[in-house]
Design a binder for this molecule. Structure first.
Ligand code: CTP
Length: 475
């Protein structure tokens, strides 16, 4: 074998090879599994290409397992999928089967027709040379690497190259432009210059791809160890302008009267990389991407002051649901988490000043709740000054904020605290329908307790609420 398989994989692959040989079909391991084995990365699922019907092979392989797994298939494409338990560990292992195909052009139509083909035909239709590597499962040359396009060399050179002319490969499936950038980011590879040029030339074609598939690739870029590699490439090829223009609006630095501001696009990328070094959480990384998203909308040049971005955290928080919906990201608690972090991202820094009261600390703990640690990670990542002394000072200050927060939390347990009277009880007490006065009463009770003006118990809370209700004319 030109790749190294563990014992369990060997057992599974041997069953596939035996089934194919019994059917008299050529079969090969191909795609991401071969690539990742050669790179010594962890592998998840395996792709098998056979010269024949993929569904027939899948059925024959399934019959070799007891109990036999269910075979799901797409008749039109001749593809099938099974999920089998790994020997010994029982961990699920996915196998995709596809019959080798080629494209042919009929004279009366510019649309290609897909027909059965050879292994070589199939390899040509794949996206990148490093994904077109195949390992033979045939008796005559079991385990041999079949590499017609220099994929092995490109793995060594850390290069993303298309097997055919890049224009051809990308016009077959424009999502591959995003995939090229995604692999470059995940693997820390460079994209061959003619391949990169073709992406810039054909960027507009990304518009025919569904938002879900685009966002799927974008999330894979964001989950990579250094996501800025991908965003920089998306920006330079013009893809980002098409798929996420609001982020591009952060780019550039205007100068008025000799005053410039920092380029918020590259600042955002730095914050994103900083967060990525601390956490794998996709949504915390999204919070980094969006933390300054409203800077273009709130930017002002104030005489004698320079550039300001007042309220960008509030406006930014409000932009989050719309952006999530445009990008087809979920509208659930993940979105609310990102929104909350964008809204709160300036709060910890305001606590680094001297003479900060316990009540200011308590308010932050209450507002951040269980997301306090994530918020602090974001805020620390937000320090991107080139001045080392400044960075050190900020980090020191944040350390003090964290210590103060820890002390106050130990004393008062604010992060999981809820006021002793809640909104629905307030409605009952004062016979109110959901309305603004309910919010006013609720917030003023919370603030009064956090400020230490009212004791944290029911009697004191009810007394306070009665007085407040009279004051605002509802009691
Ligand atoms: N492929 C392709 N063009 C695409 C998608 C996939 O040519 N637009 C081919 C590639 O050969 C790829 C294989 O199909 O290796 C399997 O695709 P997929 O599972 O999406 O990617 P992997 O390479 O396995 O990588 P990952 O699992 O990291 O997504």
């Amino acid at each position: 074998m030109d790749i190294e398989l563990n014992e369990q994989e060997q057992l599974i692959i041997a069953k596939i090879a035996a089934a194919a040989q019994e059917l008299g079909m050529e079969s090969y391991l191909v795609g991401g599994f071969v690539r990742d084995k050669l790179l010594e990365r962890t592998t998840k699922d395996a792709d098998i290409v056979c010269v024949g019907d993929g569904i027939e092979l899948a059925n024959a392989v399934a019959a070799k397992f007891h109990p036999a797994p269910r075979v799901s298939f797409f008749k039109n494409f001749g593809t099938a999928h099974i999920n089998v338990p790994m020997p010994h560990t029982n961990e699920p292992f996915d196998i995709e089967f596809v019959g080798a195909r080629k494209e042919s052009y009929r004279r009366d139509s510019r649309k290609p027709q897909v027909q059965p083909g050879s292994l070589d035909d199939d390899q040509k239709r794949r996206d990148f040379t490093i994904n077109a590597l195949a390992i033979s499962l045939n008796k005559s040359d079991y385990g041999r690497l079949v590499d017609p396009f220099g994929g092995m060399k490109h793995l060594e050179e850390k290069k993303i190259v298309t097997p055919l002319e890049p224009e051809q490969t990308f016009s077959d499936d424009p999502l591959r432009m995003m995939r090229a950038i995604r692999f470059a980011t995940q693997l820390n590879f460079t994209i061959a210059s003619e391949t990169l040029l073709a992406i810039s030339d054909q960027a507009e074609r990304i518009k025919i791809i569904s938002q879900e598939r685009i966002t799927d690739e974008l999330n894979k870029i964001i989950k990579a160890p250094k996501p800025s590699i991908g965003f920089d490439l998306l920006y330079k090829t013009g893809l980002l302008q098409l798929i996420f223009p609001k982020m591009v609006a952060l780019a550039g630095a205007e100068i008025v009267d000799g005053h410039g501001h920092k380029d918020n696009f590259y600042h955002t990328l730095q914050v994103l990389d900083n967060v990525a070094r601390q956490s794998d959480d996709l949504w915390l990384r999204w919070a980094a991407i969006l933390h300054d998203i409203a800077k273009p909308a709130t930017k002002k040049f104030e005489e004698g002051h320079g550039w300001t971005f007042h309220g960008h955290e509030v406006v930014g928080g409000r932009m989050v649901p719309r952006i999530f919906s445009e990008l087809k990201l979920p509208a659930n608690e993940k979105m609310r988490f990102v929104k909350k972090l964008v809204e709160l991202h300036l709060r910890p820094i305001s606590l680094t000043k001297e003479d900060i009261t316990d009540s200011a600390i308590r308010r932050l703990l209450f507002d951040a709740g269980e997301d306090f640690d994530a918020l602090m990670t974001l805020c620390e990542a937000d320090i991107t000054s080139k001045n080392r002394q400044k960075v050190r000072r900020y980090i020191e200050n944040f350390k003090l904020v964290r210590e103060r927060c820890k002390e106050v939390e130990e004393k008062d347990q604010i992060r999981t605290w809820q006021p002793p009277v809640d909104g629905s009880e307030i409605m009952q007490l004062f016979n109110l329908a959901p309305s603004r006065p309910v919010g006013i009463l609720k917030d003023s009770l919370k603030d009064a307790i956090l400020d230490g003006e009212v004791a944290n118990n029911r009697e004191a809370a009810l007394e306070f609420l009665k007085a407040k209700a009279r004051e605002i004319g509802v009691g």
